[in-house]
Design a protein around this ligand. Structure first.
Ligand code: ZN
Length: 261
């Protein structure tokens, strides 16, 4: 038997190194974030509000690297999720990588926007290649008006508001039409709240605080309930958020729906 040439031993090591490097590159590629994003901020949406949105979404999705890039596009980042809701991650991923474009607009203090709403977007240049577009208007000032139990406030903030609108766009889900249901859209959002160990929204529509009176000149305090199953026993614990509907708006729609009953 001839002695094995040294070069072969060396090249085997090289092969192994090459194989290891290829596997490493494959792993990096598999977890790398795709380059495009279909969720973008309008230029006027301030850095502070972008940070606020991203920070709420990081907490809900558990993606530590989620942020808006320098051009205003929402990025989930490459880091693996830590905690958070899988259902929320699926929804955000569908919004970012789906077949629709979502533009985020600051509608703070807009009289027609109570918290958030979504409107159909229009392209300036008409082309059959244009993806369907939507504009999500966010009233950051409305969220600052909300008071209440800490756990309910964690389940009702600007991040949850944006996810609610994403769900309308991506899943074509509907809101409740009667006072005693949460509606298809909020049912999806409640699943995410459960996965984040947060209380669930009990109703879609808010109700007038019992002590408030219906006059044109006073504050009109309204409230919304959030329920969470307690680990000990089968009782649910109820948490509240409340706000002045005269400041936030949305009373007209609420009246219309209430009159359907
Ligand atoms: Zn809705």
């Amino acid at each position: 038997m001839l002695p094995r040439p040294r070069g072969i031993v060396f090249s085997r090591i090289q092969q192994l190194v090459l194989l290891a490097a290829t596997l490493l590159l494959l792993t990096i590629n598999l977890s790398a974030e795709p380059t495009h994003s279909n969720v973008v901020c309008r230029e006027e949406l301030s850095e502070a509000h972008r940070d606020q949105l991203a920070s709420k979404l990081r907490r809900i999705t558990g993606w530590p690297g989620l942020k808006f890039d320098r051009s205003g596009f929402l990025r989930r980042g490459n880091a693996e999720p830590v905690g958070g809701s899988q259902t929320a991650r699926d929804l955000v991923a569908k919004a970012i990588y789906g077949s629709q474009v979502v533009v985020l607009e600051d509608a703070s203090k807009h009289p027609d926007v109570a918290f958030c709403r979504v409107l159909p977007g229009k392209w300036k240049n008409h082309s059959s290649n244009n993806l369907p577009a939507h504009v999500v208007q966010i009233d950051f000032a409305d969220f600052e008006q909300v008071l209440g139990d800490e756990r309910a406030l964690d389940a009702f903030n600007v991040g949850w508001g944006l996810l609610h609108e994403f769900d309308h766009i991506v899943e074509d889900s509907r809101d409740a039409m009667s006072l005693d249901e949460t509606g298809e859209c909020e049912a999806h959002i409640n699943q995410m709240r459960r996965e984040c160990d947060l209380p669930e929204r009990a109703h879609y529509f808010y109700t007038l605080l019992p002590l408030s009176t219906e006059t044109a000149f006073t504050t009109r305090l309204v409230r919304l309930a959030f329920d969470q199953e307690q680990p000990s026993g089968n009782k649910k614990k109820r948490y509240w958020v409340l706000w002045d509907a005269n400041v936030v708006g949305g009373l007209d729609l609420q009246r219309q729906i209430a009159s359907l009953r």
